[in-house]
Every structure is written in C-alpha cells, then in structure tokens.
Ligand binder design. Structure first.
Ligand SMILES: Nc1ncnc2c1ncn2[C@@H]1O[C@H](COP(=O)(O)OP(=O)(O)OP(=O)(O)O)[C@@H](O)[C@H]1O
Ligand SMILES: [Mg+2]
Length: 378
C-alpha cells in the first residue's frame, strides 16, 4: 500500500488534513511537525508521496523536499504554500522536480486528484524503469552473443590463414629429402662434419613438419570444414603402447616415471593415429607440469560408462583461471615453449571419437585428465 508523509509545523493542518486523507484515500498517512522528524523516518519507511508545508521554522519545505528527493528518488513531492509564496513555489517545481503545489487553503478534491495522479505517474515510472532494465539486460546478452560470434568468426579466419601458411611451409618442407640425401652422400664420402650439419637440418625440418601438422589439424577444426574420421575397431592398449613407445624418446617424458596400469583391455572404435596423438599430448602435458622423477600414471579401464583412459600427474596443477581457459586455441602458460594447441586438439580428437574429456586439477597437487569413449564389447 502506498504511503503519504504530511509535514506541517501547524498541528491544525496535520490533524485536519491528515484525518481527511485517511478518510478519503486508501493510503497509509503519517504526519510530522517538522522537516527533521520527517527525514528521520525516511530510511525506515520510505514514503511514496510527501506533502510538505513551505514555510516552517528550521528546515523549510523546499529543503525538506530536496533531501527527500535525494533519499527516495521516486517519491512524489508536493508543496503546500500560502498565496504569497506562490512564486517561489513555482520555481521549486523545476528545481527539485516537485510534482504539484497546493495552495492554502486547499481544495480537498483537487488535492486528492493530484495525489492520485502522482501515484499513477510513479507507478508508470516504475514500470518504465523495469522495462528499461529488461531491455538493458537483453542488450547485454545480445552483445555477449555477438562477441562470441565474432570470436568464433575470428578463430575461423585465423584457422583459414593458418592453414594457408601451413600448406606453404609444408610444401617447402618436402625439401627435407635433399637434406637427407646430402647427409647420406656426405656420410658415404666420409665427410662427417657435413653429414652432421645436414642432420641438424633434417631434425629441425622434421620438427617443423610436426608443427605444420598440428596447425593443419587445428585449422581444420576452425575452418568449419568437417572431416570424416575413419574409426576402426582397435585394441586400445596396443594403441596406447605405441604412443608410449614414441614418448620414451621425449626428453621431458623420459625424465619422469611413467607408470602404465592396464586394469582391463578394452576395445574401441579408434583412429589409431589420432588416438596416439591424444595420448602423446596428454602425457607430454603431464611431464611438462611435473618435476623430474615424478610419477605419471596412464590408466586403462572399462566400465558401464565405456572405455576409460586416464593420464594423472602429481605436478604443478592448474589454477581455476588456467582451467577455465583450457582448450582455448593458442592459450599456453609455457611461453615460447608451448603453442597452446595441444589440449584443443585433444578435445577435438575425443569429440571425433564420440567421447568425453574431463580435467580435474588442483594447484600444487596435480592434474587428472579422464577420457571416456564408447566401448566396443562383443
Ligand atoms: N597436466 C597439466 N598440468 C598442469 N597444467 C597443464 C597440464 N596440461 C595442460 N596444462 C596447462 O594448460 C595449458 C594449455 O595446454 P596445451 O596442451 O593446450 O598447450 P601447451 O602444452 O601450452 O602447448 P602445446 O600446444 O605445445 O601442447 C598449458 O600451457 C598449461 O598451463
Ligand atoms: Mg601441451
């Protein structure tokens, strides 16, 4: 229910007008003898309408209404004035945003109409404000959606550019054959030094070729061109073991303790090369986050959810901030040494296998990546 404050130092006014308002309106009416008293009540019970006498000892009506406007911006303000104060009252209408002024002696019907009008306008203002808030919220959501779209568009563009560059570099890398030929020739001719130089080139180019492959993989996912991945029934353990065999040559992985724990020997429909890539990326991440000699567990299992493949480490773990950005292309905390594509590629490989990838991590405790794939039980 709306409430009215009636403020006048003349108790005759507060009593008679107060009684009339209580009788004629459905509103809760409170009367005050001074501006200070009215202000003191404001915060506990903010009024919808304040009707104040203009001339009062101490704080006058205008000062009071100004203070009310500050504390209760939506309040409907009315000034009661004697005839002689009319001009200053009109000024106040603009200055404080007073809704109406009422001349003494008041016409009760006129006053009631003004109060009703004020409350209606207040109600409208509130509805307008709510509608405005809704609009702003929708606007924000729209902007967010737009930003997301722009980001994915941009990623698609990056993907196209990257794949173009990767393609060019890939063509040049075919020249690795020359370096290999030089190496072979130099070795045959007994020129060890040149063979060694050539070998450096061969190694570097092979590393470049790997990177180009990664970028092409990434670009394929961003460019929108869906590629059909051929999945074939496979012994998951065998594929994991192939990947682990390759990883033994990895310096960082080699310096950690790799523990392989095959609890069941599941079958699944796999793309062997891609699944091996997944294993390699995850184990390398684990090794890069772990101190030397730390244990890295690779677990294979199968239960009602399907095939379960886990890589768990006891390394640095990830902060919630890093965890939230995982899989974002080019996001890396390893500076120059990381491209920040590894996990994104893993996610896509798992997607292509119809599986799920979950990461649990706690700073200082380690990380556990769990890949679940549909099983292939006979
Ligand atoms: N096992 C892990 N423990 C701690 N942090 C990890 C782990 N795996 C990934 N991260 C964090 O996630 C980031 C992104 O990993 P991601 O594999 O995508 O890229 P990267 O390893 O930095 O580079 P690369 O493309 O060479 O793999 C890493 O930089 C690292 O901060
Ligand atoms: Mg990585």
């Amino acid at each position: 229910m709306a409430s009215i404050y009636l403020v006048d130092d003349d108790s005759l006014v507060t009593e008679s007008l107060g009684a009339a308002l209580r009788l004629e309106t459905p509103y809760a009416v409170r009367t005050f003898q001074s501006g200070a008293d009215a202000l003191a009540a404001l915060s506990a019970a903010p009024p919808d309408v304040v009707i104040s006498d203009f001339k009062m000892p101490g704080m006058d009506g205008l000062a009071l209404l100004k203070a009310v406007r500050k504390a209760v911006p939506e309040a409907v303000l009315m000034l009661l004035t004697g005839y002689s104060d009319k001009d200053s009252a009109i000024l106040a209408v603009n200055e404080v945003g007073i809704f109406a002024y009422v001349e003494k002696p008041w016409d009760l019907q006129d006053l009631l109409l003004k109060i009703k009008g004020g409350i209606e306008r207040q109600e409208l203002t509130r509805q307008l404000r709510d509608a405005n808030r809704d609009l702003e919220r929708q606007n924000r959501e729209l902007r967010l959606a737009h930003d997301r779209l722009v980001t994915s568009e941009r990623m698609a563009a990056v993907g196209r550019v990257a794949s173009g560059i990767a393609h060019e570099i890939g063509n040049q890398l075919a020249l690795v054959g020359y370096a290999e030929a030089i190496k072979a020739k130099a070795r045959a001719g007994g020129n060890g030094e040149i063979a060694e130089f050539a070998d450096v080139i061969v190694t570097a180019q092979k590393r470049l070729a790997d990177m180009v492959g990664e970028i092409k993989d990434f670009a394929r996912g961003q460019g929108g061109e869906a590629v059909e991945v051929r999945l074939e029934p496979a012994d998951v353990t065998a594929v994991v073991d192939e990947a682990l065999a390759i990883l033994r040559y990895d310096r960082e992985v080699g310096a950690r303790e790799l523990v392989r724990d095959v609890r069941r020997r599941p079958l699944a429909r796999l793309h062997r090369g891609k699944f091996a890539q997944l294993v390699i990326n995850l184990v390398r991440n684990a090794a890069q986050a772990s101190p030397a000699k730390a244990k890295i567990e690779v677990i294979l299992d199968e239960d009602e959810r399907g095939v379960i493949f886990v890589v768990a480490d006891h390394g640095s773990g990830m902060t919630p901030e890093v965890l939230a950005r995982l899989g974002e292309p080019f996001f890396t905390t390893r500076g120059e040494r990381g491209t920040g594509l590894g996990l994104g590629i893993c996610r896509r490989i798992v997607d292509e296998h119809g599986g799920q990838l979950a990461v649990e991590s706690a700073p200082g405790q380690g990380t556990r990546v769990t890949v679940t794939l549909p099983g292939l039980r006979s």
